[in-house]
Ligand binder design. Structure first.
Ligand SMILES: Nc1nc2c(ncn2[C@@H]2O[C@H](COP(=O)(O)OP(=O)(O)O)[C@@H](O)[C@H]2O)c(=O)[nH]1
Ligand SMILES: [Mg+2]
Length: 382
């Protein structure tokens, strides 16, 4: 059987070309869309390749029905059309650029995009808003929030962390949150603040001023026994907040001393320690700080100075690697206003480049996309 093949910029043109060159007794056997790159891959053009056979090869010629079946089989066997291939490549190029814009770590980005590719059906890979919804839902899942700590604060709560991250300011904010803003359903608690930051000049004065303004007592403690004594004599105080020594985390001697003082809390039934980290710290410094403070029984992280950073991808990537949930976030110097309980939305609302309206997330009941979870649907662009 005699086959001929011709290429042209459209199917019709290729068929016309075959008929013009070889005559009208040729029947179309198969069609292929192909992409060709021009110089330096800068310009792509789409072409059609048509193969036909000669009807006059009577004995061997395929009957029209057989020919149609052949064509259909051929189409199905084509795993993806080059056009769709190109579209998928472009989708992932765009999504990678969004991840880079938000400063997600390369490892987090790779993991996310690989999972997106693996877990999405071929036709889903062509739908941009669906892909974004799926990505955002996974990003949201990777954000860990200490909801338990938010609803049932331990009676004794200590905040640790390097100098200058905002521990004292945050302790004052938490004191205000629990000690000032009561109502009939939830009366204000009886709160005291303890400082063991006796090393830095002015540290006592700083927290003392906060205490005076808010009418919340401040006590200074320098030794383990002193703290133990205080805790013993204040068993009916609702909330005892401990502001710790603000020295560099590299200062091992001071860290040991602080550990010794805080060991007075270990016999208490309701105690929790949180590590304060500034959102503007470098990821590598944060990791080192977490490592450094891992000798304390940390149950959560307080993320401070979120107002000083624009992109949160690096924070999401980092906290995804760490097994400690975030309790509170601070985003400004004002006491007590600039403190908020952590939620997934705190990070998600700061993401940029997605076509989804992240400011107004609504978990909908949209049955148009049955393949999506309610969470994924919530992220679909409307
Ligand atoms: N921009 C910003 N500054 C803050 C925030 N929290 C605290 N600060 C400032 O950071 C500085 C150090 O705070 P401080 O509470 O003394 O830190 P500490 O050494 O960890 O106790 C002060 O100038 C605070 O006003 C915050 O959320 N945002
Ligand atoms: Mg301090």
């Amino acid at each position: 059987m005699e086959f001929v093949t011709e290429q042209a910029s459209s199917y019709e043109e290729a068929v016309r070309k075959i008929h013009q060159i070889y005559g009208m007794d040729y029947t179309i056997y198969s069609t292929k869309r192909i992409q060709s790159r021009r110089l330096f891959g800068l310009r792509r053009s789409e072409r059609y390749e048509v193969t036909a056979y000669r009807n006059t090869d009577a004995g061997l010629a395929l009957q029209p029905q057989q020919h149609r079946e052949r064509e259909l089989r051929q189409e199905k066997q084509e795993p993806e059309s080059p056009l769709e291939d190109e579209l998928i490549i472009q989708q992932f190029r765009d999504l990678r650029a969004i991840c880079e814009l938000n400063e997600f770590s390369p490892a987090y980005t790779e993991r996310l995009l690989k999972r997106l590719y693996d877990e999405s059906a071929h036709e889903e890979l062509l739908q941009r808003s669906l892909l974004e919804a799926r990505l955002l839902s996974w990003i949201s899942d990777s954000i860990r929030v200490d909801r338990h700590g938010q609803t049932s604060t331990p009676r004794i709560f200590g905040l640790l962390g390097p100098t200058g991250v905002g521990k004292t300011t945050t302790i004052a904010k938490i004191a205000a949150l629990h000690g000032l803003q009561g109502d009939t359903d939830c009366p204000a608690k009886q709160v005291t603040m303890i400082t063991i930051d006796s090393y830095r000049i002015g540290a006592r004065a700083q927290i003392g001023t906060f205490g005076e303004i808010m009418g919340i007592p401040v006590v200074e403690v320098q030794h383990r026994d002193e703290l133990q004594q205080y805790l013993k004599s204040h068993q009916h105080t609702d909330l005892i907040l401990i502001d710790t020594i603000g020295k560099s985390p590299r200062d091992t001697e001071i860290q040991q001393e602080m550990k010794e003082i805080l060991s007075a809390c270990t016999s208490e039934p309701s105690v929790g320690f949180s590590l304060a980290l500034s959102a503007s710290m470098k990821s590598s410094d944060m990791k080192r700080t977490i490592e450094r403070f891992s000798e304390f029984p940390l149950s959560s992280i307080v993320l401070t100075k979120l107002d000083e950073t624009e992109m949160v991808g690096n924070l999401i990537s980092l906290f995804d690697e760490i097994d400690i949930p975030i309790l509170y976030v601070t985003a400004g110097q004002k006491v007590p206003q600039d403190l908020m309980p952590m939620t997934e939305g705190v990070f998600l609302r700061r993401l940029q480049g997605f076509s989804v309206d992240l400011e107004n997330l609504i978990i909908g009941d949209d049955t148009d996309c049955p393949g999506l979870s309610p969470k994924e649907r919530a992220f679909l662009a409307h």
